[in-house]
Design a protein around this ligand. Structure first.
Ligand code: PHE
Ligand code: ZN
Length: 844
């Protein structure tokens, strides 16, 4: 059984560190790490240090050797009675970076030494209080013949074979980083608001220098934006980013030395899509913004993870919104939230943004902590206003700089800066589950009464769900399409509450939850005509898109249930297509039908059992109808949105390409893939290339294009990840598992590389009807690969277990197959703590 950690058990660490000095002798199989750590007592208790997989060679306190037998399994405990009030602890350990396939601690990626210490990786490097509330300045010496030697902070000394780095800002161990390798820099500089010049480097492998320019531009934009919008200035002389190919996550905000998954750094028009470029800009921003929200102010314990992640996601969303299109960004974020977080909240893995217990913290880097954590801040901002938000953030930085904080600290700055009581609001942090907001309306004599109900279903461990404060932004649209009430924010605090609007001439349509003002699901009576009216006239772009989306979803659900549906949406699209050219990105969003997973979720939320094959067929039929009805307009758009000049990875160009590809998806239902084939051959950018390839796969006309793609990009890992991903993703459902199996046998399926593993296996799990094949073959395939990966890389394995989190919504046959697959995983001898926690929660 795994041990469970509880928030209630947190106790302060009874020592303070004055300085952490580390010296590394790097060698692939046997790296020596010598540490010298100055401690000062500040409370009662033994000195407890964490360590994992270390070969301990020597231990000492104040130059007096300690018995090696003190180093236990995971912990080293020195009784308080044996320690003076201030002392130096020293250790020498040996570690094996080459054997480190879990990619946690010090490891090798393509010959580059690199580290990953969040959350608890530092204990794989040496004995240390590996907890975020223990902060210290670090002094790091690296001995190695690698040409580039990097660590946190500022360089103190650089000589062949040796480098010394000093980080003056105290930090917890999870922000430590070290990199050593044959790397090349793309360099630039940034002058901060107070006039300090900062050297900037993006480090890549030789040959990749031409692909790092966009990352550098994004970094400079991020630094400027954080000064302009949050008044935050960078605080070291250098800022380094390193791209590595083997990485469990997206990127890591180590102080002054961010380490990135190379897919979030490297891009050219020919190899990266618009989505890749947008993600690069967003994640570069995210990691940079962590310097203040995460590093200067960090978390007291890992239960508070959303303190830094929710806030930093919120900040990177604002950044992208400012750099690109606010409407499109908001709609994308809502789509992601629904697809990932609502799904999590509705299943066995549901947990609050601030959980109060966990077994393995790595399993809590979730959509709830990140994306819902960001939504909660968006609500706070809406409730206290822009000025209140700015005041609260200023106070947060002023009051807590240099500290390790809690959600309580965060809420307190909002209360103190604005005078608002946030007791009820705090439930958003402590309670799991997505509230369901129900609206019924009464209309008489020019008066509209809106009756709201809120209800949240029980989640694991939380049977009772008291009412939350829900900011409901709404407007009213008159029957002629005029806005009769501009955006107004209602604050719902009770389980049931009514609001009325008087003096209205004719009954308006409510434009509800504008800007997606709260992360709730909405249940309301609304006719197709009213939805079409909103789609045509709403002044709020999110609400406008949502109206069309709901209309489409209703039609698809009817069709999946074997009934007629979808004509209303089909008709309403005429208007969208007519002015598509005015805002191509928005039109593309309106044209894109809800995905199969979303349809399944909606069916299940309405009490039905989703049939993946019927959903797939319904969606295809709806696409064919739309294509047939609007062929002329779609064909015109497809031609009009052709690449007008050189590729530019900006919002405008991306918008045109997204509309072109949305049109192509429909037209391919009519032309059997002829346009896609032509586009595949002529496209000069990866956005169109990949878009065309996906249509060819869906149309079963992919052989030549796939061979050509592999021939052209075979040497480019990141591009080949796309090749491995789109095939299982876009294959017809009855062929998806077979396709995935073939690809898994391909010599280039380097499954120990997390990007490659996620591309192929994740591509299949994202093919809804393919993965949920009635015979259980999708589940079996996933289980097989998870069992293979678990001993090698538990973190990536455990994250992918969540593909099973929705099984209880399907029929008994599928459930039985999925359960038996999960039980096989559970029974794997030596199953990691990571995966065992996930499987147990899903099976519970
Ligand atoms: N803290 C990183 C981020 O949010 C994510 C991360 C977590 C990376 C754990 C690696 C390991 O950007
Ligand atoms: Zn983050």
């Amino acid at each position: 059984m795994n041990a469970t950690h509880y928030l209630a058990d947190w106790r302060p660490f009874p020592y303070q560190i004055t300085e952490t000095r580390l010296e590394f002798d790097l060698a692939p199989r046997a790296t020596r790490v010598r540490s010298r750590i100055g401690f000062v007592r500040r409370g009662d208790g033994d000195l407890v240090l964490d360590g994992a997989g270390l070969k301990t060679l020597s231990l000492a306190v104040d130059d007096k050797a300690l018995p090696l037998s003190l180093a236990g399994d995971g912990q080293l405990i020195i009784p308080a009675a044996d320690l003076p009030d201030s002392f130096t602890f020293e250790a020498e350990v040996e570690i094996d970076p080459e054997a480190n396939t879990a990619l946690e601690g010090l490891y090798l990626s393509g010959g580059i030494f690199c580290t990953q210490c969040e959350a608890e990786g530092f204990r794989h490097i040496t004995w240390y209080p590996d907890r975020p509330d223990v902060m210290a300045p670090f002094h790091v010496t690296i001995n190695s013949d690698m040409p580039v030697l990097l660590s946190n902070g500022n360089p103190v000394e650089e000589a062949p074979g040796r480098a010394i780095w000093q980080d003056p800002w105290k930090k917890p161990a999870y922000l430590f980083a070290l990199v050593a390798g044959d790397l090349r820099a793309v360099s630039d500089s940034f002058t901060t608001m107070s006039g300090r010049k900062v050297a900037l480097n993006v480090w890549v492998r030789p040959g990749d220098e031409g692909r790092a320019g966009y990352a550098m531009e994004s970094l400079i934009r991020s630094m400027k934006w954080d000064e302009d919008v949050y008044g935050r200035e960078y605080d070291l002389d250098v800022f380094n980013i390193v791209a590595v190919d083997d990485f469990n996550m997206g990127a890591m905000e180590n102080k002054g030395l961010n380490i990135f998954n190379s897919k979030l750094v490297l891009a050219t028009a020919e190899t990266a899509t618009d989505g890749d470029y947008e993600r690069i800009e967003g994640v570069i921003g995210h990691e940079y913004f962590h310097n203040w929200t995460g590093n200067r102010i960090t978390c007291r314990d890992w239960f508070q993870l959303c303190l830094k992640e929710g806030l930093t996601v919120f900040r990177d969303q604002q950044f992208t919104s400012d750099m690109r299109s606010p409407a499109v960004k908001r709609i994308h974020d809502v789509q992601t939230l629904r697809a990932r977080q609502f799904r999590e909240d509705a299943g066995p893995l549901a947990h609050p943004p601030r959980p109060d217990h966990y077994q393995e913290i790595n399993n809590f880097y979730t959509a709830t902590v990140y994306e819902k954590g960001a939504e909660v801040i968006g609500m706070l901002k809406r409730l206290v206003g822009d000025e209140g938000y700015r005041k609260a953030l200023d106070l947060y930085f002023e009051r807590h700089d240099g500290q390790a904080c809690t959600i309580e600290d965060w809420i307190a700055v909002f209360q103190d800066a604005t005078g608002r009581d946030l007791t009820q609001f705090k439930r958003w942090y402590t309670d799991a589950g997505t509230p369901r907001l129900t609206l019924t309306e009464d209309w008489a004599d020019g008066r509209l009464v809106l009756n709201f109900h809120q209800e949240t279903a029980p989640t694991p461990g939380q049977p009772e769900k008291p009412a939350r404060v829900i900011p409901i932004a709404l407007g009213l649209i008159g029957p002629n399409g005029d806005e009769v009430l501009p955006t107004t924010v209602l604050e719902m605090t009770e389980p049931a509450q009514s609001f009325s609007f008087d003096g209205l001439g004719a009954r308006p349509v409510v434009s509800l939850l504008r800007g997606f003002s709260a992360p709730v699901t909405v249940d309301r009576e609304i006719g197709a005509d009213q939805q079409a009216l909103l789609l045509a006239h709403d002044t709020d772009p999110y609400a406008r898109w949502q109206a069309g989306h709901d209309l489409a979803l209703d039609g698809l659900i009817l069709r999946a249930g074997g009934r007629d549906g979808g004509e209303d949406f089909n008709r309403a699209l005429a208007g969208v297509l007519a002015d598509a050219g005015d805002d191509p990105a928005f039109a593309a969003l309106c044209l894109s039908l809800p995905g199969e997973e979303e349809i399944a979720t909606a069916i299940s939320a309405r009490g039905g059992i989703p049939d993946p094959d019927a959903i797939h067929a319904a969606r295809r039929a709806q696409m064919l109808d739309i294509a047939t009805t609007h062929e002329t307009a779609l064909a015109r758009l497809y031609d009009a949105m052709a690449q007008p000049g050189p590729y530019r990875p900006d919002a405008e160009g991306g918008g045109r390409r997204s509309l072109r590809l949305a049109s192509l998806a429909y037209l391919s239902r009519l032309d059997g893939g002829a346009r896609a084939e032509a586009l595949y051959r002529t496209a000069t950018n990866m956005t169109e290339r990949q878009g065309a390839l996906e249509q060819l796969i869906a149309a079963g006309r992919d052989k030549a294009a796939l061979a050509d793609f592999a021939a052209e990009f075979g040497a480019n890992r990141l591009v080949m990840d796309k090749w491995f991903m789109v095939q299982p993703l876009r294959a017809a459902p009855d062929r998806a598992v077979a396709r995935a199996r073939e690809l898994a046998a391909h010599p280039d399926f380097d499954w120990k590389n997390p990007n490659r593993f996620r591309a192929l296996i994740g591509g299949l799990t994202a093919n809804h009807a393919g993965f949920h094949a009635a015979d259980g073959s999708g589940y079996d395939f996933l289980a097989e690969w998870l069992m293979r990966l678990d001993p090698v890389n538990p973190q990536t394995t455990a994250r992918m277990c969540s593909a099973f989190e929705t099984i209880s919504r399907y029929d008994a046959g599928r459930q039985a197959h999925a359960r038996s697959a999960l039980e096989r995983i559970a029974a794997l001898p030596g199953l990691s703590r990571n995966s065992s926690e996930m499987v147990t929660r899903i099976l519970a």
